[in-house]
Design a protein around this ligand. Sequence first.
Ligand code: SF4
Length: 511
Amino acid sequence: MSQHLSKSRYTSGLQCSKLLWWKVYEPDAPELVADDASQALFTRGQRIGELARAYVPGGVLIDLPYYEFDLRVTATAKALADGAPVVYEACFLEDGVFVAVDILERRDDGFVLVEVKSTLGVKEKHLADVAVQMHVVRRAGLTVNRAEVMHLNRDCTYPDLSNLFMREDVTERIGPALLNVPNEIASLAAALTGPLPDVVTGPHCNTPYPCPFLGRCWPQLPENHVSTLYRIHATKVVQLVADGINTLHDLPLDFTASAPALRQIRSIRAGEVIVEEGLSEALAGLEPPIAYLDFETISPPVPAWLGCHPCEQVPVQFSCHVLGPDGLAHHEWLAEGPGDPREEFARAVINACAGSKTVVAFGSPFERRCIGALADFLPQLRADLVALTGRIRDLHLIVRDHVYHPGFGGSFSLKDVLPALVPGLGYDDLEIQDGTTASTALQALLLDADALGPEERRAIRRALLSYCERDTLAMVRLHERLDVLTGLAPATKELPIPGTPVQAIVAELPS
Ligand code: SF4
């Protein structure tokens, strides 16, 4: 198999022949070691693939070790010769390409090739994947009249999982990709017989997937490269660099961009924190007592609770710091076990925020969406939840629209804003350091708890609680820092900007 193409190698090769070359000749490269999030995605895909078989029942599974390529092909041929109506993991090796078809279904006039995806629809990037399978299976001599992608159905509603999947005919859509398969196989096979291909970097490095070898191919960018400008489009970056404009310092004075991006440029050029005059007014709208609120969610592909759809986001944990007349109090809640957490969660959030005139979130549309869904599901709590939503204010918007620190790096995410404005408070000391990892851990803790030992479950709970607590403590400290920047509170610590004098300046928004 060492130099054979597989379905995944083929699609990697379509993205970039250099990427394919490294995957084949450096399979142990550190860049190819899956992180927890990739591993979780892989496991999720595998489980959905296994589950899908029950919806096309009565088949024969080619169940052999993955490295037994020849045996798997032979077992498939036997199953087909024996008249199996359906074969799961049907394996073929033709034209130097090995494929394992998720589901191969026999019909009167030929076969249907079914590729199972754990997404909510067919994506463009799925088509090349199906096309190469279609080519190989046809080359093996089978009549395949139809290709389908079987994906999750967003209309499926728990507890009725009878329509969990939808089967979409993609026979016509794969047409152009299918025509190209022979040429692509030949060119990829040729690339693998030579030295490392010389491929120029470009948009393909991130499309359809971020390449794991970005660090090898992309040169170290200079500090404040134009690509760090807030929300700049990739094509604009390419155009600027082609015009010899590499850093934010090189941009022309009449460069047009959004107000936060222009503020970023001014801040970088001045080497200073920029604080707009409107910050005081924006902060004055945060009437105490204030509850600083953050949710963590899971999105199980197979819905687990009444009325839920595949991949629906459900809040299962929150942290809330309340700053009142008696000081700072902390509330937290984390679901336990596989039961429906929504009512208990909603009651705990309402209680935690009771008495707070303002509820501060960072990126509040997310919390608003979650609360809105809870209000729809829990009519008995609807009034309280709607009232809560009305008190939410977004600290992210306040920072984005009034402050820029050179340390933000063009991002207004809490993870980027916090270390710049509140030095010493970050996430590096925590076991869980980002939302994706938290969501993966939550899903394992709540819906796959049987796979974990009691000590492991306790450790995951502790890590999750610490992570979520840090998010809301970060908002408290950030708010304090913003008060300092407006002059509302005495500065307790200067904001360091490496290599430049520390100074906060007040400026007008550009007209
Ligand atoms: S970073 Fe770009 S050029 Fe380099 S291997 Fe990946 S896709 Fe190819």
